[in-house]
Design a protein around this ligand. Structure first.
Ligand code: 5GP
Ligand code: ZN
Length: 108
């Protein structure tokens, strides 16, 4: 089982931010900003390449709820999903990084 599936099952502890039947948001163990949260579907999907429009639509609403919970919606944040080798994806369970809580440097 992948490490994020173990986090979903509470086999690996995590600092949870928000959870519903289908999605979980939890703090990244190695934060790259003052606020760094990962959002994952509870079903194991490897990457954005395997996402379906329906799950993506539900996940969009959930991520928006997470930004409200974190209190970052109006000030802004960065949403990232790394895909595959060239994208430097380390954990092969799709996740969106929410980086927030401070002025972020420009990437693109
Ligand atoms: P990726 O490089 O795959 O886009 O991001 C994987 C992220 O998962 C990294 O930011 C890393 O710090 C985080 N991570 C890896 N293992 C764990 C863990 O066991 N717990 C938590 N909370 N985050 C993890
Ligand atoms: Zn998984």
């Amino acid at each position: 089982m992948c490490i994020f599936c173990k986090i979903i099952d509470d086999e690996i502890p995590s600092k949870k931010v928000l959870e519903n039947e289908n999605f979980l948001a939890f703090e990244d163990i190695n934060p790259q900003a003052k606020i760094h949260v990962l959002v994952i579907p509870k079903v194991h999907i490897q990457s954005f390449n395997e996402m379906t429009p329906n799950i993506m639509a539900e996940m969009t609403s959930f991520i928006q709820e997470v930004t409200v919970t974190l209190g970052v919606k109006s000030d802004g944040y960065r949403l990232i999903t790394n895909i595959g080798q060239h994208g430097n994806q380390e954990v092969k369970h799709i996740h969106f990084h929410i980086l927030a809580g401070e002025q972020l440097g420009r990437l693109v």
